[in-house]
Ligand binder design. Structure first.
Ligand code: GRF
Length: 211
């Protein structure tokens, strides 16, 4: 089986812990794949520095450098095709991707969200906002979701979800930390299922084919 070529998109602020989990899993064989590019918006972003320290090829494509958003999309697409990416993984990437990218990589772009979609999701629901909302609403469980990316925020077909308990004394920080542990494992599992060709998308549902 040939290795899946993975490009990871990160933001300017993210720690890059999901990115690192993917890189590590490719290297120790839990993912039959290779991270061929980490694409970020600025060279001194923590995730970009981490990728460089891990010896992964990095690219900087900053949407602010493009007056016309379609030029940004074109540049991103050209980087993705130059590294022959099979799969694009968003790891703390905050923007909505342009239509040309979604169409070129339909069902080949994944995102991780730190809640059980359709709870606490959509525009503005990122980072701490998610865990604050979960605690404020008093849910007893939360978790994370890996999904394919479509034209809107967090609405694409769901691949895997993992559940964690919400404890009475949780703060957004303690809940975020518990969810993050599951994020790393769940993202790695979802990518490996993709690498094994076991994800079948039927409308909004993703069937996991037997191994
Ligand atoms: C994660 O919580 C992920 O669910 C969300 O952004 C955060 C990125 O964290 N999409 P990290 O940069 O991977 O540590």
């Amino acid at each position: 089986m040939s290795k899946v070529r993975i490009a990871i998109l990160v933001s300017g602020q993210g720690r890059g812990s999901n990115m690192q989990a993917i890189i590590d899993a490719c290297r120790d064989g839990r993912i039959s794949g290779e991270v061929v590019a980490v694409i970020g918006v600025k060279p001194d972003a923590p995730a970009i520095e981490r990728a460089t320290a891990s010896g992964v090829r990095t690219f900087i494509v900053n949407p602010k450098d493009f007056a016309d958003p379609s030029d940004y999309d074109r540049e991103l697409l050209s980087v993705l095709s130059s590294v022959q990416a099979d799969l694009v993984c968003l790891a703390g990437y905050m923007r909505k991707l342009g239509k040309p990218i979604i169409e070129a990589y339909r069902n080949r772009i994944m995102n991780i969200h730190p809640a059980l979609i359709p709870m606490f999701f959509g525009q503005g629901m990122y980072g701490h906002h998610v865990h604050e909302a979960a605690i404020e609403r008093g849910v007893k469980v939360s978790g994370c979701t890996v999904h394919f990316v479509d034209e809107d925020y967090d609405t694409g077909p769901i691949i895997l979800q993992s559940v964690v308990p919400v404890e009475d004394d949780d703060t957004p920080d303690t809940l975020a930390a518990r969810v993050l542990v599951e994020e790393h494992k769940t993202y790695v599992r979802a990518i490996q299922l993709f690498a094994e060709g076991r994800l079948l998308v039927e409308g909004r549902r993703v069937r996991i084919l037997p191994g």
